[in-house]
Ligand binder design. Sequence first.
Ligand code: PMT
Length: 223
Amino acid sequence: FADKILAGIRVLVTAGPTVEPIDPVRFISNRSSGKMGAAIARKALEMGADVDVVAGPVTADLSGLKVTSVQTATEMLNAVKDKLGNSDILIMAAAVADYRPADYSDIKIKKTADDMNIRLEKNPDILINIAPLKKDMQVFTGFAAESNDVRENALKKLEAKKLDFIVANDISRQDIGFETEDNEVSMFFSDGTAVDSGKLPKSGVAEIILEKAYDIFRKKNGT
Ligand code: PMT
């Protein structure tokens, strides 16, 4: 990489879905290949950063990256909390399951009934849980995967999750977002500004996100 602008900076990236078990053979989960998170982690490495990845079960290639593997949202929360104190920039690209089965059955549920109900309870929101731990010098970024009213919903999450900026993904499109090679995002900043990436390979989108995070990091740290 031409200039390793992230040299000495510690970047924590989350990637992929979480899975929430129902019984030993079944689970509920979210769509996410982990490609966007992996692209951010690889680009951050190229740009000179020290990179930690916390990943759910992904199909994306994470070889050569420092990865903590998790399954559930609770495990992801704990892993992020563990690493957070040693991070300058956090980028939450993971598609965390918002709900989990309220009761786990440790034996396989038999398919005797014609229908069944699975009661769900809310998972912890990782970004909201860690917001009080944030140090002034740290930069926190999340994604917003939206099928409608992308800008409005992203701005609500930017505020609720106390982020420096949010990366909005229009997941109603088939050519970007989940599982694809390319992405196109809008970034909304806490100072009210916004920037569109244009459609690029996920590595190109990753570079723009990291440059924006670095700009904010520099401003906060007076460098
Ligand atoms: O993995 P790919 O196939 O490459 O696809 C990439 C992607 C579309 C999954 C990715 O770009 C993306 O948009 N990730 C965020 C998906 C998501 O869960 O968005 P959300 O709008 O539900 O959540 C908003 C933010 O809060 C996210 O940063 C999420 O990580 C975080 N969150 C969500 C739920 C939760 N319980 N805790 C959280 O911290």
